[in-house]
Write a protein that binds this ligand. Structure first.
Ligand SMILES: Cc1cc2nc3c(=O)[nH]c(=O)nc-3n(C[C@H](O)[C@H](O)[C@H](O)COP(=O)(O)OP(=O)(O)OC[C@H]3O[C@@H](n4cnc5c(N)ncnc54)[C@H](O)[C@@H]3O)c2cc1C
Length: 407
């Protein structure tokens, strides 16, 4: 009798490829089911095509970047730490570099390098281009797509979340998990742009701000603050800081929530006021509309004129102290009301997924359906930007592959 463990891995993304390669390296007979033409489609678009593959941080720092169910991940992250992941890719010939905020990228600056390395790692597996629409558990094993000829001892479900469905993660895996008895917690977008009804966003669309401060408030209560980059779009706001903010706000109603932008975060109010006085003295004979170019990017000038209520053709020397204070207040605290999150399809990550209480954190095996293992974004865990989400996929994939092959 053939003693080799037959494992089906559903989903050829970061988690599935890591799980499949690991199980195969331990002697299992592994088949990957991937319905897209190529495996690793989503990895190919990560990090703006450069793939922020992990974060060179300690386990403690890692946990601080996981807002959802961090403790569940402890065993998986200990089994394959960020450091192990770096060594893993280096052993496959990928040179890596560490950038700002310990973000790790391939030296090639190409996500394809990571996809190719994972392909190499899964060379000992069989890849079937097939969408899995049913998984049933019978006494003799798991039957995939009702095809009795294909019986597997174990199944690793790694079909991802519901974000960016064009990369293959269309949520079909959640249905498979439900049919096998699992609970799927409500799904919502995280790391996603935010919408605003303010016409100013559309008027400033394309304007990218660097080194600005933001605060997000509701009824005067601070919900989030950050410093860095953001972008105006036709629907609202986006960019690194906004995506991070969305992860903090995820699942909440944005009714009454405002974004306050500090366009001049390097200057306190007193210093900025002195600067305004000096500019206004120098430009005293100019129209107000023509005196703002040293203060603001050109796309923002008209918006500031409107928002300040100061007539554009008013001579600078005629601007009152009260008007100057209004301008100062706009520069330090420009208010954009927020109305909602962009849809889950546009989110970097899906919040929610398979209930962690139903999975053994030490093996990634289902507590509901023995022989079934879960890995990656399909699980109800998610993290901030910085390489943490791929690391979660790699760690849970590694542990699922190892456990499925060994036990
Ligand atoms: C634009 C973007 C940029 C990102 N950048 C980064 C980054 O730089 N760093 C970072 O850490 N994270 C990043 N992320 C998040 C990261 O890509 C995901 O967290 C990670 O890819 C999840 O891996 P996964 O294997 O769980 O799911 P996925 O990568 O989504 O893989 C799931 C696979 O399953 C397949 N599949 C689904 N259903 C079926 C089915 N029924 N039958 C067969 N196959 C199926 C899909 O086709 C897919 O290939 C980014 C995400 C996006 C959208």
């Amino acid at each position: 009798m053939d003693e080799t463990t037959k494992i089906a891995v559903i989903g050829g993304g970061a988690a599935g490829l890591m799980a499949a390669g690991t199980a195969a390296s331990l002697g299992a007979d592994v088949t990957i089911f991937e319905h897209m033409q190529y495996v690793g489609r989503k990895i190919g678009i990560t990090g703006k095509g450069r793939c922020n593959v992990t974060n060179a941080c300690t386990l403690q720092e890692f946990m601080e970047n996981v807002p959802r169910n961090p403790r569940f991940l402890y065993a998986a992250l200990s089994a394959l730490t960020p450091d192990d992941t770096m060594q893993f890719f280096e052993s496959l010939g990928v040179k890596l570099k560490v950038e700002r905020a310990r973000r790790v990228f391939p030296e090639s600056d190409k996500a394809a390098t990571i996809v190719n390395a994972l392909r190499k790692y899964t060379q000992g597996t069989k890849i079937l281009q097939e969408k899995v629409t049913s998984v049933t558990k019978e006494e003799k094993g798991f039957i995939i797509n009702g095809n009795d000829a294909r019986i597997y001892d174990k199944v690793i479900l790694a079909t991802g979340g519901r974000s960016y469905p064009r990369t293959g993660s269309d949520g079909s895996g959640h249905r498979l998990a439900r049919k096998l008895g699992h609970t799927v917690t409500p799904l919502s977008p995280s790391l996603v742009p935010l919408e605003s009804p303010s016409p100013y966003c559309e008027r400033m669309q394309g304007l990218s701000l660097k080194n600005v401060g933001i605060r997000i408030e509701k009824g005067g209560k601070l919900l989030y603050s950050d410093f860095g980059e953001m972008l105006f779009t036709h629907f609202g706001v986006s960019g690194p800081m906004i995506l991070s903010a969305s992860a903090h706000l995820s699942g909440e109603s944005l009714d009454g929530v405002s974004l306050l932008i500090d366009f001049k975060s390097a200057l306190d109010e007193k210093t900025l006021d002195a600067r305004l006085i000096s500019i206004f003295e120098k430009e005293s004979n100019k129209d107000f509309a023509n005196a703002l170019s040293s203060l603001l990017p050109s796309t923002a000038i008209d918006v500031f004129i409107d928002a300040s209520g100061i007539p554009p053709h008013k001579k600078v020397r005629e601007i009152t102290k009260e008007e100057r204070r209004r301008l100062l207040s706009l520069l330090k605290s420009f208010c954009i009301p927020l109305s909602g999150f962009r849809p889950i399809e546009e989110a970097i990550i899906t919040r929610g997924g398979i209930e962690v209480k139903e999975i053994s954190p030490k093996t990634m095996e289902s507590k509901i359906c023995p022989g079934l293992y879960l890995a990656g974004e399909i699980i109800d865990v998610d993290a901030y930007t910085g390489g943490y989400n791929l690391q979660i996929a790699f760690s849970t994939g590694y542990l699922a592959g190892k456990s499925a092959a060994e036990y």
